[in-house]
Design a binder for this molecule. Sequence first.
Ligand SMILES: [Zn+2]
Length: 222
Amino acid sequence: MNNRKCPSCGAEMELSLSNKCLICPFCDTHIDVEIQDDGNTGMLDENMFDFLWDLDNLKQYENVIAVLDSMRYCLNSLKTAERVSQYIRTALLTDEDVASEGINQNRIDKIMPKIAGLIEPGERIIVYGDDGILSRGKEFFVITDKRSIFVNGKKTGSVLHREISAVRLDPNGGYPRWKLNNQDSFAVTGIGNKYRLQGAIAALICIIAAEQHGGREKIKLL
Ligand SMILES: [Zn+2]
């Protein structure tokens, strides 16, 4: 039941955490199925994470399930930062409000003056996400292979992935936000309802955190 080819694109489909459907990680095709609850054992690697989640609470929200399904796929099936970055670039950047090096590059060129002083030569921009123009000014985030940068009007914050020790998944009434190190100012949103992208970004950050900080403690999932 876990193995089934996507009728649209031929990729391997995955069982959703909701136990109600199979999902294609590449084209987001859903197929309804009836599966007995498996208790969600083996969801993520317990050597990498400390689970402080209330999964039953999180699973109330369809968008949160989409985030978790995508995170689980990236961590359990793709496993490396390189492959997750590749998945993000080939399957999940489908709109003008998101960008990566060489994809909607003009969006990155525009904000480069704002972040150039925060990144090192050779650092790769993997995701740029544009939240639009809010009351405080333009809001966006940039995820590189080393850090996450959050710009909110005139305020700019940055955190190195190797310094991330906790990640909170705030269900926020079904509009989930990832809070890096549980800080409100380091929030990765679901830009334009791209919840699979949001889950893949969380996986990428956790993988880089683990890769760049050898012998570290587990990452707390709050
Ligand atoms: Zn597909």
